[in-house]
Design a protein around this ligand. Structure first.
Ligand code: C2O
Ligand code: CU
Length: 483
């Protein structure tokens, strides 16, 4: 498997490589994916979640506390671990008190039955303050996933209504450590005790509204202590509603072994762009005892250090870095020879284009009411601003058939496009050489065309939307039916 960085990487990223003297090419790994992991006996894991406002502090809040909205009493998102084959039963209580602030849980990337998918109005009723709701499903795939509410998402995700879901059983050869790395920004006001608006007209019409404080596992540039000279697994999860991070590791060799939870043939990590909701599992060969490597973001004028990986203790591994692959995924192979093609265009609406121009000119924005303006569209249709008005489906797909979605971004912005209920194969892009992989969220670069393929094997009503939440909430959202 050969990995090549995009031929169209930003100059910042290229400058980063030069700055840190990274090699121009790295050896490919050759170990094939082991067969799919065996499914364990069904047993039940129970989870209690209570969405509520809680005044909590994280290391990145600079000693202050903030009115977070969380699922548990902890400021950090809950980390739920189940084994492949186990059923996850969740009791969700909405303890939020703002009138009308309903919630639901979307289990992002999990190929579950449609009525468990957590999209209010489309597949379940909204869970109003004081109400509760139960979810029950057996995740069919191992890997790194997350969950979040699917209502008023810019604010609810912005305040912290997220959790991590790990489905275990995909590592036939154990790694020396397994660490989560959760990337999230916070929109903190000047006093440091409240939040700035989560959705702005300027942001929604362009790349989104960014947080003011970047955090990794709730801290600014934390030290993550790891065994030395070891092969450690880092599960990188971008839960930010807005920010794209182009991850890389300085000072250690690293490989990507899974994308969006699903194993891929390992390829050397030079850098990998992760839009909101995207996950990547890395294996890093840590430095010798006392050494430090750095997780960096290359998507900036100068690479931004995100976390220090501090190596401690006796060496665990000798010999060249050749990371153990994860067990192959269980995603049905698309039948490309008999696939039906379906073009999907992501565009700005006339209003959206006008807003972007106004912002570019520095002109003051008029009294445009965001709730009335749809800035983005999918195949020329904008999702109505009123979430509970469900528009007609974009398409009805025949159950069991293979579809190739021809994604086409005609905007000058990036869009991480997420498909509910299915993992797809990323086939090709007109702008990049992409490694072979599956995904549930794929990043469309400006003007990029990309083909993805999947078997429409999961009946129901499924969303397709941009995961820059402000784009989603201002129109870049649609749904299709599998029947
Ligand atoms: Cu993680 Cu509909 O989204
Ligand atoms: Cu978008």
């Amino acid at each position: 498997m050969i990995s090549r960085r995009s031929v169209l990487l930003g100059s910042a990223a290229m400058a980063g490589s030069v700055l840190f003297g990274r090699p121009g090419s790295a050896p490919a790994f050759t170990r094939p994916l082991p067969p799919t992991a065996p499914v364990g006996a069904e047993s039940v894991v129970s989870l209690q979640l209570r969405a509520a406002e809680r005044q909590l502090s994280l290391p990145c809040f600079n000693g202050k506390s903030l009115p977070l909205w969380t699922f548990t009493d902890a400021a950090q998102p809950p980390v739920v671990r189940v084994k492949l084959g186990q059923r996850l039963n969740t009791h969700l209580v909405n303890g939020l008190t703002r009138p009308g602030e309903h919630v639901s849980i979307h289990w992002h990337g999990i190929r579950l039955p449609n009525d468990q998918d957590g999209v209010p109005y489309l597949v379940q009723p909204p869970v109003e303050p004081g109400e509760s709701y139960d979810y029950s499903f057996v995740p069919p795939d191992t890997g790194t996933f997350f969950f979040h509410t699917h209502c008023n998402s810019a604010e609810q995700l912005g305040r912290g209504l997220i959790g991590i879901l790990i489905v275990e059983g995909d590592a036939p050869e154990p790694y020396d450590a397994d660490e989560l790395v959760v990337l999230k920004d916070w929109r903190i006001d000047e006093a440091g005790t409240g939040f700035l608006p989560f959705l702005t007209q300027e942001g929604a019409g362009k790349a989104g509204t960014f947080g003011t404080v970047r955090s990794v596992n709730g801290a600014i540039l934390p030290d993550i202590t790891l065994p030395a000279s070891a092969d450690v697994r880092l599960r990188i999860v971008n839960v930010d509603p807005t920010r794209l991070t182009e991850i890389g590791i300085e000072g250690a060799e690293a490989a990507v072994v899974a994308i969006d939870g699903i194993a891929c043939p390992p390829f050397p990590l030079r850098s990998w762009r992760m839009g909101p909701a995207m996950r990547a599992d890395l294996i890093v060969r840590t430095p010798a005892d006392g050494g430090t490597a750095t997780l960096v973001d290359y998507f900036a004028a100068k690479p931004v250090p995100l976390a220090h990986l501090v190596a401690q203790g006796p060496a665990r591994r000798k010999g060249p870095f050749d990371p153990a692959p994860l067990a192959a995924g269980r995603i049905p192979a698309p039948d490309l020879a008999n696939a039906t093609r379906f073009p999907i265009t992501f565009s700005a609406t006339a209003t959206g284009a006008a807003v972007a121009d106004l912002v570019a000119d520095g002109a003051p924005l008029g009294p445009l009411c965001l709730s009335e303006s749809n800035l983005w569209a999918i195949n020329k249709a904008s999702w109505p601003s009123d979430m509970h008005q469900i528009p007609p489906p974009m398409a009805t797909l025949e159950r069991g058939k293979t579809y190739i979605f021809e994604l086409r971004n005609v905007t000058p912005h990036m869009h991480p496009i997420h498909l509910h209920g299915h993992s797809f194969s990323v086939l090709k892009s007109n702008r990049r050489d992409l490694p072979e992989h599956h995904a549930d969220t794929v990043l469309l670069l400006p003007k990029e065309r990309m083909e993805i393929a999947f078997v429409a094997d999961n009946p129901g009503k499924w969303m397709l939307h941009c995961h820059i939440i402000e784009h989603q909430e201002t129109g870049m959202m649609a749904w299709f039916e599998v029947a």
